[in-house]
Each structure stands twice: as structure tokens, then as C-alpha cells.
Write a protein that binds this ligand. Structure first.
Ligand code: SF4
Length: 63
């Protein structure tokens, strides 16, 4: 009997944290990923500088 468990399937939808790289401010973002592709960007409310706010450029990072 093996102790290794089978690999978990990748969830179809998830949110990951990252940083916007469209200017030097590098605002915190959360990215909605569906089937391995980014589909939506929102501000990261845990970012102490932006408090979840993004400019229009940052919000339109995924079209
Ligand atoms: S959200 Fe706007 S201000 Fe923030 S890093 Fe992106 S482009 Fe710059």
C-alpha cells in the first residue's frame, strides 16, 4: 500500500493574488482564473496602499 495520495484535480475557477505591472505603482491585484486562463482582475483589498482600488488601466488588464 502506498502513502502517496492521487494528485488533486485543478479547480476550474480560482482567484490568485499578484501585482499589476502596467506602471511603477505595482498595485496589488486578484486575478480570476478559469480553466487556466485569466478572465478578470480586481484590486486586492489586502494591499495596504491601494486598499483594493485600481485605476482603469489596471482594471482593463484582461480583455
Ligand atoms: S492599477 Fe493602475 S496605477 Fe496600479 S499599477 Fe496598474 S496601471 Fe499602475
Amino acid at each position: 500500500m502506498s502513502n502517496s495520495s492521487p494528485p488533486r484535480p485543478e479547480p476550474a475557477e480560482r482567484w490568485i493574488k499578484s501585482h499589476c505591472q502596467q506602471c511603477f505603482n505595482a498595485c496589488g491585484i486578484t486575478v480570476q482564473v478559469k480553466d487556466g486562463k485569466p478572465v478578470k482582475i480586481m484590486g486586492d483589498v489586502d494591499d495596504p496602499t491601494t486598499l483594493g482600488h485600481l485605476c482603469a488601466r489596471g482594471l482593463s488588464g484582461v480583455a
